[in-house]
Design a protein around this ligand. Structure first.
Ligand code: B12
Ligand code: SF4
Ligand code: SF4
Length: 255
């Protein structure tokens, strides 16, 4: 396939993803991720072009969390994941029809466990940054996006310049740090060289086991508190009414 055909295929895939309901589409060069964490690619092979696609959250369902019934919480999670997998599956098919190798990142993660690739690829494609809540934050939808990823050997040009993936636009905001009922975050901004620092996943999982024992998704206050893409303000009072036995919101801030 010549360069013009490659550019055209990428454009068609972009349009297809948007038509199917995606909000963002970008291409990441994943060599840096592969060099740092080859185990993340174990289930997929050495496919270092990432087609990163984001689907907007259903705000009506998201804003009801976590005080909704169990069925709503689970359907909130399942609906967004189903759409991401549908779009990624179609993109994969088209790539394969054109003779390329392509794999969709599984959800939930399988053999090798969590890969970190979904957020990392979106960031490396320049679609957003990793916030203090360690979620992928986009300028327009904030963290209210569900990422999906197709790994391929199609040599598409990356959408980000060298500088874009490093941009962190949280500034001095610390809302997510303060609202988290399990105090799972530090005030430190994300650092790629220590990408697992700053978020105690075990604490978040404990909260999730309390409020949502049979379904997917956690309390989601760190999503709702983010000013980027916000369509709802502070949910903390309602949360603490519903779960008075959980830790109070931290009031200490270095800023
Ligand atoms: C396991 C899991 C959890 C666990 C543990 C989280 C964790 N960080 O490991 C628990 C139960 C705590 C959890 C909680 C939640 N989760 Co969760 N979770 C996952 C899951 C299934 C795997 C995550 C994973 O791979 N972890 C491994 C670590 C290493 O990677 P990571 O933290 O995801 O990403 C890091 C790397 O990408 C790295 N990075 C970035 N750039 C670069 C560049 C290089 C070169 C390198 C090496 C690394 C690197 O920085 C990231 C942050 O540390 C994903 C879905 C999936 N299939 O990936 C959803 C997912 C991450 N969760 C999500 C969400 C929304 C939540 C919750 C809000 C609950 C909810 N309502 O669904 C909370 C929020 C907690 C929080 N603030 O992150 C979304 C995130 C959307 C977003 N905008 O970022 C995902 C993508 C699911 C989805 N498709 O919607 N989750
Ligand atoms: S989902 Fe809730 S408990 Fe988990 S990190 Fe976010 S705010 Fe904290
Ligand atoms: S709430 Fe503030 S600190 Fe947290 S991710 Fe959003 S912008 Fe960054």
């Amino acid at each position: 396939m010549n360069q013009a055909e490659l550019v055209n295929l990428n454009k068609c895939l972009h349009e297809l993803a948007i038509e199917m309901g995606a909000s963002h589409y970008g291409i990441a060069d994943l060599s840096r991720f592969y060099a740092a964490r080859p185990k993340s690619f174990e289930d997929y092979g050495e496919l270092l072009t990432g087609v990163s696609i984001l689907v907007p959250e259903n705000n009506a369902l998201l804003n009801g969390l976590p005080m909704t019934d169990d069925e709503s919480r689970t359907s909130h999670y399942n609906i967004k994941i189903a759409l991401t997998l549908q779009i990624a599956g179609r993109v994969r098919e088209v790539l394969m029809e054109h003779g390329f190798l392509a794999e969709v990142i599984k959800h939930p993660p399988s053999k090798s466990g969590p890969t970190g690739l979904l957020k990392g690829a979106a960031r490396l494609a320049g679609l957003g940054w990793i916030g203090r809540n360690r979620l992928l934050i986009t300028k327009d939808y904030g963290p209210r996006v569900a990422p999906t990823l197709v790994l391929t050997n199609a040599p598409f040009a990356p959408t980000a310049t060298k500088i874009e993936p490093f941009l962190d636009s949280c500034g001095s905001c610390v809302r997510c740090v303060q609202i988290c009922p399990s105090q799972a975050f530090t005030y430190e901004p994300f650092d790629e060289t220590n990408s697992l620092d700053g978020f105690n996943t075990g604490r978040c999982a404990e909260i999730r086991a309390i409020i949502n024992p049979t379904g997917w998704g956690a309390c989601s206050l760190c999503v709702q508190a983010c000013p980027f893409g916000a369509v709802h303000s502070d949910r903390a009072p309602a949360f603490h009414d519903a779960f008075p036995f959980l830790a109070p919101v931290s009031s200490e801030s270095p800023f």
